[in-house]
Design a protein around this ligand. Structure first.
Ligand code: ADP
Ligand code: MG
Ligand code: MG
Length: 211
């Protein structure tokens, strides 16, 4: 197993934990508009638990895949809520695409991003435009895949993809929710971006610093 890949993932999980902790209140307020207000606390709990589990796994010699699978399991167990299950599934799917043996390359990272999106849509059944984190995750994975295929450096490709996710998350303000808890108060959420799309964009933006 590649220890250095796992060690870098531990740093990335730490960056996610910090980014989410710093946005906890804002995410909670966004979720209170048309949801139940727990998105900030759920994301903080999940990210904390994932960072701890990932660090323990890597310290025990786990490779990239095992580190992320264990982090994902910890996230969904501790976070609760819809987004907890979805983030657990995303980390697990991303990890599975990386494998445990070698340091993950560009292809695996793009494949991991696509696998994470597929895991969310399989589990939650949302499509782009439903006002969920899928609205940010799909353009993220597509932009990353395209930029890497065009030969962009990884850091630049990730940054373009994070920008696409941020723009897409902001654009969710314009539409009513069509799925999930917020669907019930769909019209009330018009003018406010989807909390899950915002937290997705925030996380991938924070990860830009890790390349
Ligand atoms: P809960 O709705 O259970 O309280 P959270 O508040 O943590 O969970 O997460 C809410 C976010 O989850 C939403 O803003 C949305 O982005 C995302 N979400 C909800 N349902 C789905 C779904 N079916 N597919 C994808 N994302 C979803
Ligand atoms: Mg909620
Ligand atoms: Mg809830």
């Amino acid at each position: 197993p590649s220890r250095s890949a796992a060690t870098r993932l531990v740093a990335a999980l730490g960056a996610i934990r910090e980014a989410v902790a710093g946005a906890e209140e804002r995410l909670g307020r966004l979720d209170a508009v048309a949801g139940d207000g727990d998105h900030g606390i759920g994301m903080r709990r999940g990210a904390e638990s994932a960072a701890t589990a990932g660090a323990e796994a890597a310290a025990a010699g786990a490779g990239a895949m095992t580190t992320l699978v264990l982090a994902g399991e910890a996230w969904s167990e501790r976070a609760g809520g819809t987004s907890g299950a979805l983030w657990g599934a995303m980390l697990t799917a991303f990890g599975a695409a990386l494998g445990d043996e070698a340091a993950p390359g560009r292809e695996q990272l793009a494949a991991g991003a696509r696998a994470a999106v597929a895991a969310v849509t399989d589990l939650g059944g949302a499509a782009p435009g439903d006002k969920t984190l899928v609205d940010a995750a799909v353009p993220f994975a597509e932009t990353l895949t395209r930029a890497l295929a065009e030969g962009e450096r990884l850091a630049a490709a990730w940054e373009s993809a994070a920008s696409a996710a941020t723009r897409a998350a902001e654009a969710t303000a314009a539409v009513p929710a069509r799925i999930g808890r917020a669907r019930v108060h769909g019209e009330r959420g018009i003018g406010t971006p989807d909390p899950g799309a915002v937290s997705f964009a925030l996380i991938v933006t924070a990860l830009t610093e890790e390349f």
